[in-house]
Write a protein that binds this ligand. Structure first.
Ligand SMILES: [Zn+2]
Length: 89
């Protein structure tokens, strides 16, 4: 039985998001690659803005696990001086 709340009397919020999203749902692009390598900076750069900030999950379209893996990989790469903490200003 679906859980209902006051803000959304029609039921869960689960199905609603797909109604709003147009086009085909984009699957996570990291899962098939089976993990993230923090030494692969050209790969990590896709998930970092030109200012050096890690892009959010809404932008990257990754699943929660991969988003976290990418985030920690970027932080690791920063610590090893492979990536900048702050990008071109
Ligand atoms: Zn994933």
């Amino acid at each position: 039985m679906p859980r209902r709340n006051r803000r959304n009397p029609r039921g869960t919020t689960r199905g609603r998001r797909q109604e709003y999203r147009r086009g085909k749902p984009r699957p996570c692009s990291v899962c098939p690659e089976g993990g993230v390598d923090w030494k692969d900076t050209s790969f990590l750069r896709k998930y970092v803005s030109d200012r050096g900030k890690i892009r959010g999950r809404r932008v990257t379209g990754l699943c929660p696990q991969c988003q976290r893996e990418v985030a920690t990989a970027v932080k690791n790469a920063r610590e090893m001086a492979l990536m900048p903490y702050v990008g071109g200003r």
